[in-house]
Design a protein around this ligand. Structure first.
Ligand SMILES: Cc1ncc(COP(=O)(O)O)c(C=O)c1O
Length: 406
């Protein structure tokens, strides 16, 4: 073939939007209605952003015509700074806050700024796969650490410890977690902080789901423990403010920033090279972070996300041979199929067949970098009526794989 992609992409894998999505798009072009449970896009399920944010962005849109400072608008960064203070997270420098086109852009930017060939980065399995892809694209090597399903998907500290070697440069923490919905305990975070301190790791703390918390789970920002190592915390408006399309996220450096001036120079350089992030989306941040947080109503009993999570969990786990840890946070259930009961094909083929037969799009567990091939990620954003339909169809679909002795 004449035009080939860069060799740098050879080992990069991002299957959330992979070949099965292409099949779904083909079916849609043929006129079929596909229930898309493949990505956490709240607005696609009538989970609208608060009117107040939209009204303020419209009123200020003219101010978004030009480039901003490459780190982002001062007013938006000040709002992030104040929220940081209000959360009791100690002193940070407003110059160590960068706005980006979603957390996604900042993940690429931060991994590119930090990593060299031969560096290794510890990433949870399962993970949000952009982390593995971005580390690979930056030329470094992802090393996946196990999270224990039996312990509510908490990271396995001993496994993390066993993977650390002189090349280990950083550790990714996704808390609350996508795809498992886990919220990590204080003990777990303290142990990870100890390892980071001992081995001088940079911790990338992806906390985009920090406000989407159910029942009495408590999210503890990792920056709280960042004293003698560098922590880069990531957050944004895509999920909690249902503004995924705006592409509005931020990154905050805390901990021993005084020893990170060279890295910060690199981050500033990459931020300047893309001039700035989308300015109209930056205009949403100040309003979004102040006042009543409408997400609180959605995750409280009676709120849509709370009720949808409960119903999806009850219905899925009522299917014979299906189990999952009840999500304490975020928008997903990571569902396990008992292969003693169902002789299922590998998970990618399974989601393809489910799509073709039942017109429902899920993502296979292996897209989240777990070695096992019998997990599926289920997004519980749709209204309960649609969740019921989707789960009924999953139950019907699985029957063809049932082993005869069951
Ligand atoms: C854990 C996690 N981090 C980052 C992102 C990307 O978010 P953004 O829309 O801000 O780019 C997602 C999106 O699903 C996510 O689940």
């Amino acid at each position: 073939m004449r035009y080939q992609k860069s060799n740098r992409l050879n080992d990069v894998c991002y299957d959330i939007r992979g070949p099965v999505l292409e099949a779904a798009e083909r079916l849609e072009r043929e006129g079929h209605r596909i229930i898309k449970l493949n990505i956490g896009n709240p607005a696609a399920f009538q989970l609208d952003a608060p009117d107040e944010i939209i009204v303020d962005v419209i009123a200020n849109l003219r101010k978004g015509e030009g480039y901003s400072n490459s780190k982002g608008l001062f007013s938006a960064r000040k709002a992030i700074f104040q929220r940081w203070q209000a959360n009791g997270l100690g002193h940070i420098d407003i110059n160590h806050i960068w706005l980006g086109n979603g957390v996604s852009e900042l993940i690429s930017l931060a991994t590119s700024a930090l990593l060299n060939h031969n560096d290794e980065v510890l990433i949870p399995a399962p993970d949000y796969p952009l982390w593995t892809a971005a580390v690979t694209l930056a030329g470094a090597t992802p090393r996946h650490y196990q999270c224990n399903e039996d312990l509510g998907w908490e990271p396995n500290i001993e496994h993390i410890r066993s993977l650390i070697n002189p090349n280990t440069k950083a550790l990714v923490l996704i808390n609350p977690n996508n795809p498992t919905g886990a919220v990590y305990s204080r003990e777990c975070l303290i142990q990870i902080a100890e390892l980071a301190k001992q081995h001088q790791l940079v911790v990338f703390a992806d906390e985009i789901y920090d406000r989407i918390i159910y029942d009495d789970a408590e999210h503890i920002p990792f920056a709280q423990f960042a004293e003698q190592f560098l922590c880069l915390s990531f957050n944004g408006l895509s999920k909690s403010h249902r503004l995924a399309g705006f592409r509005s996220g931020w990154m905050v450096a805390s901990g021993c920033v005084e020893e990170a001036s060279d890295l910060i120079e690199g981050i500033n350089m990459l931020a300047s090279m893309r001039l700035c992030s989308n300015v109209p989306a930056q205009l949403a941040i100040q309003t979004a972070l102040g006042g009543h947080q409408t997400i609180d109503d959605l995750v409280a009993p009676g709120g849509r996300l709370y009720e949808q999570r409960n119903r999806a969990y009850e219905l899925l786990t009522a299917i014979e041979g299906i189990s999952c840890v009840k999500a304490q946070a975020a928008l997903y259930l990571f569902v396990k199929i008992d292969t003693n009961i169902y002789a299922v094909p590998d998970d990618e083929e399974l989601v393809l067949q489910f799509l073709l037969q039942q017109h429902i799009l899920l993502v296979q567990g292996s897209a989240f970098n777990v070695p096992e091939k019998h997990y599926l990620r289920f997004v519980f954003l749709p209204h309960i009526e649609d969740l019921v339909v989707a789960i009924e169809r999953l139950e019907t679909f699985l029957q063809q794989y049932k082993r005869h002795d069951y």
